[in-house]
Ligand binder design. Structure first.
Ligand SMILES: Cc1cc2nc3c(=O)[nH]c(=O)nc-3n(C[C@H](O)[C@H](O)[C@H](O)COP(=O)(O)OP(=O)(O)OC[C@H]3O[C@@H](n4cnc5c(N)ncnc54)[C@H](O)[C@@H]3O)c2cc1C
Length: 376
């Protein structure tokens, strides 16, 4: 007899959302290494939902999360989880092929996505310099996500169904004994039939505790700067603007702008901090593309977007270690895909059929299974 049916390692959005959907069917313990659950990637995101972000393999999970994020069940949260933003992907003359390929890849599943001409780009994004205002792809369904409310909502629902959360509890050992995992933490030992690895950037390290070879998960550092520009007024309702070449994006937050140079620097898992060169590159790219001047940077942070070698998330049981379930590799889209990813993982762990809402959006368990890395 074990203490729990399922122990989830990691209390970020991946672990919290899974606990929310699985807790009606299983006795759950979430173990979080830090004192607070949103210390790492989940507390450091750019907080947007965009169907046209993350690549076509991610798009079905984003689409399948939309109903939950846009219309959560009553009682889930006291305030809306999302707020309309719109996303405008911009392309210079020399990037028109990139824009066409991007549009063709995403438009099949996201019919509201449409190409817009120079006049429409000018109207939506008057702060752009002329060389960036040639044509665009507009995604009217892009929304800002209130990540804190979403994360807390998942945890509250899980607790209401009896799930326990233990913080300051880094998992240091995993041992399979008979039908159970013995999970050693800084706060004692717990047992469960199933262990879920939702440890984000630490995913391969947690796999190693169970004796599993690394998938090759790579934490990539990404930087955000916040500034109040001079030179051109900030419209709080302006869309998120992304360069199709993926060298920058920015969006308003009240009178401020959040911007990223879309950096992807492979690093070791840890409490990453932004470096001065990347901050300077971010400011330079925004000043080159817009009429904004950046007199000073009021806030800056960096976080980790962790990718599997094929940049698709990894969800599923590992055939090499009974009762070990991977829920990792959410890259730069773990917030916007959290609801569908959690429903998919919860169904597999509980032994249920994948919900129709997921399959209708094109989500298949096989696409994200760990088995794709085990074939010779
Ligand atoms: C700058 C930036 C911008 C982003 N923008 C967006 C966006 O706009 N939209 C979007 O959808 N996504 C975005 N993302 C990606 C998103 O933040 C991540 O995909 C998501 O937060 C990953 O969640 P997670 O729970 O897997 O990881 P984390 O939040 O990192 O949680 C993993 C947890 O596991 C814990 N842990 C690790 N090892 C152990 C152990 N041994 N024992 C116990 N606990 C352990 C860690 O302490 C951590 O709290 C962005 C990310 C960054 C960095």
């Amino acid at each position: 007899m074990s203490d729990f049916d399922v122990i989830i390692i990691g209390g970020g959005i991946a672990g919290a959302s899974l606990a929310c959907f699985l807790s009606p069917h299983a006795k759950i313990l979430i173990l979080e290494a830090e004192a607070h659950v949103a210390c790492h990637s989940t507390g450091r995101s750019a907080a947007f939902f965009s169907e046209s972000y993350g690549g076509p393999v991610v798009q079905p999970l984003t689409i399948a999360s939309k109903d939950f994020l846009f219309s959560p069940p009553s009682g889930f949260a006291d305030a809306p989880l999302v707020r309309p933003r719109g996303a405008l992907h911009i392309a210079r003359y020399d990037q028109q092929d990139v824009a066409t390929n991007m549009f063709n890849a995403y438009a099949k599943l996201s019919p509201n996505l449409h190409r817009i001409d120079k006049a429409a780009v000018d109207q939506l994004a008057p702060m752009l310099k002329p060389e960036w205002a040639i044509s665009g792809i507009f995604d009217p369904d892009c929304n800002d996500i209130d990540v804190d409310i979403l994360h807390q909502g998942y945890l509250r629902q899980a607790r209401q169904h009896g799930a326990k959360l233990l913080t300051n509890a880094p998992v240091r050992g995993l041992l399979r004994e008979g039908a159970h995992w013995q999970v050693a933490t800084a706060q004692g030992q717990f047992s469960s039939a199933v262990v879920v690895n939702a440890a984000g950037a630490w995913g391969d390290r947690v796999g190693a505790l169970a004796g599993l070879p690394a998938i090759g998960l790579t934490p990539m550092q990404r930087t955000i700067i916040v500034f109040s520009p001079s030179g051109y007024p900030v419209s709080p309702n302006a869309p998120l603007i992304l360069d199709v070449g993926e060298t920058f994006y920015f969006k308003p937050d009240g009178a401020n702008i959040w911007a990223s140079p879309s950096d992807e620097t492979p690093v070791l898992a840890g409490d990453v901090q932004p470096d001065e060169i990347t901050i300077a590159i971010a400011a330079d790219r925004i000043e080159n593309a817009t009429r904004y001047h950046i007199p000073s940077i009021s806030r800056r942070w960096a976080g980790l977007r962790t990718f599997a070698p094929d940049r698709a998330p990894v969800f599923g049981f590992d055939s090499r270690a009974q009762g070990f379930f991977w829920c990792v590799g959410q890259g730069g889209f773990g917030i916007q895909t959290s609801a569908a990813a959690a429903m998919l993982c919860a169904a597999q762990i509980a032994g249920h059929l994948i919900p129709d809402t997921l399959t209708q959006s094109g989500v298949s368990a096989a696409r994200y299974a760990i088995q794709r890395f085990l074939r010779t």
